[in-house]
Design a protein around this ligand. Structure first.
Ligand SMILES: *Cc1c(COP(=O)(O)O)cnc(C)c1O
Length: 424
């Protein structure tokens, strides 16, 4: 028997046919997640890191239960969950994560959230301020337990030049490194807490491997220095992430060929006991693990020309894919267009009554007509849950998860008004 490899063009046509079929069955706008690609991204990222590393999946990127589950179950090493709300905690538990595998982060953890999280078994927290630590300690004490805490550190300087900078400047995230000498006695004696390590998250979406590596090296050096100078505990060290994948534009996940070797060298230099598990090490990622697993399919509802400019009006805009693009924090997406060559220009807009509902302004487009299908590639991260789902009251998009090209689930995030009576 011979196995025939499909020609690339044939493979593309197959994906297009599959998408057309899914759009017909489930309607548009429609998110399609390929769980085999989630598994591949998980393998790739674990392979890019030394074996000793844990990997936290930041559910913020996509809390879909099948997507999150695909990062924990199945062959290979399992991700742990990084969560930042009780909603994300419930999503993680639904996806099969144990509460004691979760790292709870965020600058504004409320007393009610902390009680719920600790009650459900979360024991590891990233601490963003002295007040945050006291809140964690109070909740843990009320549950007769002790929370294991990582101090999130806002580095005094930054070495990398790409990605979204999260530290080195005034920030609601982390504790300024230069204040640690003064704060350590106070931080070390909060009832209900035990400081076990540190958490750094200096940047996001760094496609340049050299910049990412330099940032990690900087972090490792600083962690070792803070341990030696101010007694920062280092049983556990989460050095952050920044792993990159395109967002809503064509392209591939970044490849980090040299990272593992560079990290091993930096660890040997700064934390020579690391191979013996001191400290235990971790990285974290959201987008890299899920970004390329998703596609957003939108239908063309109308086309029109206004003063010489073409507008292609889709049935989904920033209400389904707007986490960042619609808010102007990202350049408009460019889309992969099913069928035809892009020899025209136009704006791709959504159906909302706001000029901000723009997915692409004056971008190359093929000739599109009512009923055509448009595919936004690399839409697996920061999709529905990062969008303006309630704005203008449209239904939230369906999300289908596929394994081996077979549909394993169809779901929709629910939203809407819940009436509450106030009888006082
Ligand atoms: C958002 C966030 C992540 C995930 O970021 P990506 O760029 O999606 O990998 C990881 N860690 C922390 C602390 C975050 O706030």
């Amino acid at each position: 028997m011979t196995l025939q490899q499909p020609e690339p063009t044939q493979a593309r046509r197959t994906t297009r046919d599959r998408n057309a079929d899914l759009a017909e069955r489930f309607g548009t706008p429609l998110y399609v997640y390929d769980l085999d690609r989630v598994a591949a991204a998980r393998r790739a990222l674990f392979d890019a890191l030394p074996e000793e590393f844990d990997l936290f999946y930041a559910l913020k990127a996509n809390p879909h239960p099948d997507v999150a589950r695909a990062l924990r179950e199945g062959p290979g090493r399992a991700c742990r969950a990084e969560i930042s709300s009780t909603g994300e905690l419930r999503a993680a538990l639904t996806a099969g994560y144990r509460a004691d595998e979760c790292l709870y982060t965020g600058p504004g953890k409320t007393a009610a959230e902390l009680h719920e999280a600790i009650g459900l078994g979360v024991r590891m927290f990233s601490v963003e301020s002295a007040g945050d630590l006291r809140h964690i300690g109070a909740a843990a004490t009320a549950h007769d337990t002790v929370a294991r805490c990582l101090l999130r550190v806002n580095s005094p300087s930054a070495s990398a030049t790409t990605g979204a900078r999260m530290t080195g400047t005034p920030s609601q995230f982390g504790i300024d490194a230069e204040t640690l000498p003064e704060l350590m006695p106070e931080l070390s004696s909060v009832p209900g807490t035990r400081l076990v390590g540190a958490h750094f998250f200096p940047l996001s979406n760094a496609s340049d491997e050299a910049a990412l590596t330099a940032e990690f090296e900087h972090t490792l050096a600083l962690a070792a220095e803070l341990r030696d100078t101010v007694g920062l505990p280092l049983e556990f060290l989460d050095i952050g992430g920044g792993f990159s994948v395109p967002y809503g534009v064509p392209g591939e996940r970044a490849v980090y060929d040299k990272l593992r070797t560079s990290l091993e060298a930096a660890l040997d230099l700064h934390l020579p006991e690391w191979r013996a598990g001191s400290p235990r090490l971790a990285c974290e990622s959201g987008r890299y693990l899920v970004g390329d697993s998703g596609q957003l399919l939108c239908g063309v509802v109308n086309t029109k020309v206004s003063r010489g400019r073409t507008f292609v009006i889709l049935d989904g805009g920033i209400n389904v894919f707007g986490g960042m693009s619609g808010l102007g924090r990202l350049l408009p997406v460019s889309v992969e267009l099913d069928g035809g060559t892009a020899d025209e220009r136009g704006s791709l807009v959504g159906p909302l009554c706001t000029p901000g509902d723009l997915l692409g302004r004056e971008i190359p487009l093929p000739s599109l007509a009512e009923g055509d299908l448009v595919t936004v590639p690399n839409a697996g991260a920061y999709g529905p849950s990062a969008s303006l789902l309630s704005f203008l009251g449209r239904p939230s998009p369906r999300e289908v998860a596929l394994r081996d090209d077979e549909v394993v689930s169809v779901s929709r995030l629910e939203h809407g008004r819940v009436m509450e009576s106030d009888t006082e």
